[in-house]
Design a protein around this ligand. Sequence first.
Ligand SMILES: Cc1cc2nc3c(=O)[nH]c(=O)nc-3n(C[C@H](O)[C@H](O)[C@H](O)COP(=O)(O)OP(=O)(O)OC[C@H]3O[C@@H](n4cnc5c(N)ncnc54)[C@H](O)[C@@H]3O)c2cc1C
Length: 451
Amino acid sequence: MGTQLAPSQLDHRPDPKSAPSAAIIGGGCAGLAAAVRLSAAGVPVTLFDSSHQLGGRARSITWQEQTLDNGQHILLGAYARTLDFLQTCGLAPEQVLLRLPLKLDMAGEFSLRSQSALPAPLHILAGLLQAKGLSWQERFAAVRIMAGFRLRQFQLSQDMPLQQLLQDQPPRLIQMLWEPLCLAALNTPLAEASAQVFLNVLRDSFARSKTDSDLLLPRKDLSQLLVDPAVAYIQQHAGSVRLNTPIESLRQEGSGWVLQHGDEQSHFSHVIIATSPFRVAPLLAGLPELAETASQCAALDYQPIYTVYLQYEAATQLPDAMCGLANSLGQWVFDRGQLYGQAGLLAVVISAAGPHQSMTQAALALAVDQELRQHFPHLSALSWHKVVAEKRATFACRAGLKRPGHQLSQNLWLAGDYVASPDHLQDYPATIEGAIRSGELAAFELTKSLK
Ligand SMILES: Cc1cc2nc3c(=O)[nH]c(=O)nc-3n(C[C@H](O)[C@H](O)[C@H](O)COP(=O)(O)OP(=O)(O)OC[C@H]3O[C@@H](n4cnc5c(N)ncnc54)[C@H](O)[C@@H]3O)c2cc1C
């Protein structure tokens, strides 16, 4: 990533009204989105990150001269704020993302396609009625529950575990459809997952426009997609980025904030904290009035995502760029040759906690390779493998989860995929879209406070 480091020019004490200056602590999707929106509004920003690179949980890594991602990410057509963010940063979404009408193929056992000739939600309902690998009884059960969700406008009077909401659904339908969707969307097991957040995602992707359910597969690595264009935009708008700069604490001074990093202090009129949630409590340690926010952040639990990269001969190709895997350690396999030109490289995603966590990387890669061969017997010999284990990939999106709000004080905000939306019907799981929405909301509130 070609980030030019600019020193903080903000060593003076700002008067928040006459010379607003915003610090953003954390340059994941939420911090980047906040920085881009503030830059667009003409507010000078300084973006701090503790790491040597931006992107946080959506970043590229280099492995033996190959560019991989810390995890294979997919987006949905419903990710309106993400698409807008890409456009603002100068990217054409249709060029950097492969748009595919929804198609879930579980390795020959189950197949669901949206019917793109029909408007939403009929495109999904008709798809369910024609789904392969289900009995008529299972298809009707799926359509009936979807129609019921729509009738109640995807709202529950009280949140509950998704398993409870699906208790009358046939077990095979749960195994083939609901469980993979729940893991893909919430990365939380069905027995714990928030039914309301699942319905929020279902509503946004299935019930509005038929393109909302499209799968958008990145054709660029995550740094090229999400980070580099945003950094260029911020710098073109007089903002600066400081890498390798962990903020250790913040304290109020006058009407502004003092950020401590190493022996240095920087002064800002406004601050957005956009770190991962487990880094929030130490930052708020000197602010007893925010003890509740600190403890809500500290109380969150996490779920892992493992990505197993397997390199086969260059001629190896899967039937599709993304295929589902039934009864396997992994849930999805991506053909990086079709997406990124990395011929023969497959990426298998293993969501949520499971027995794979106690395996060595080599044993896990070999087990995944063996499972893939059952579905795709034509695979050549494996030439190398790499497992990327993100142990705290996402917060556990449990039923009834207490999320902190975004406004911490008059000129201090919180942003991140885990932060509550103003309306709980907009709450999202840990996703790029959730993070970008939250960063934009904090930036919007900050800009509003200046008027
Ligand atoms: C393996 C994996 C697969 C995923 N798959 C998908 C997917 O398919 N689709 C999808 O939409 N989402 C997916 N996600 C989730 C998505 O990546 C996250 O929800 C999103 O990136 C979170 O962004 P964030 O800005 O809220 O937090 P983070 O990305 O955690 O950013 C926080 C930033 O703060 C920095 N920081 C921390 N402490 C400090 C400090 N004291 N000072 C300065 N900086 C600090 C960190 O270095 C980091 O850059 C996946 C995540 C993972 C890990």
